[in-house]
Design a protein. Structure first.
Length: 116
């Protein structure tokens, strides 16, 4: 028997109000990568956070970014996001977040060694 499931997407805001995301995307990200967007949003507090343009996913209407950093100085993650203005405030709109793969981790560690 086939059952349909309707998920209601709503915008969720981080506790510090600097980030936003879709509730459904957060559930999918936690399932796939074991990382909630609320936890991942803390990467923007890393003083050594690195941001690069994500030219593959950017469009004429919306520029996307990939960022690298640590959460509470422990977990090293990469986060994909755009920037949006909603309710008169500029926020990071989270798209995906995960732990770094081995090549990304090596590149981030090399960056830290070069600039710390």
């Amino acid at each position: 028997m086939y059952r349909s499931c309707i998920l209601y997407m709503m915008t969720v805001y981080s506790s510090d109000d600097s980030c936003e995301w879709d509730s459904e995307k957060d559930i999918l990200n936690r399932s796939k990568h074991g990382l909630s967007f609320e936890t991942a949003s803390k990467v923007f507090c890393d003083p050594w956070f690195v941001e690069i343009p994500d030219d593959i996913h950017s469009t004429l209407e919306e520029e996307h970014f990939q960022g690298f950093g640590t959460i509470n100085g422990i977990a090293i993650v990469t986060i994909f996001y755009s920037e949006r203005c909603s309710d008169g405030k500029l926020r990071h709109r989270l798209i995906s977040a995960r732990r770094l793969d081995s090549l990304e981790k090596k590149a981030y560690e090399n960056y830290l060694q070069a600039y710390r």
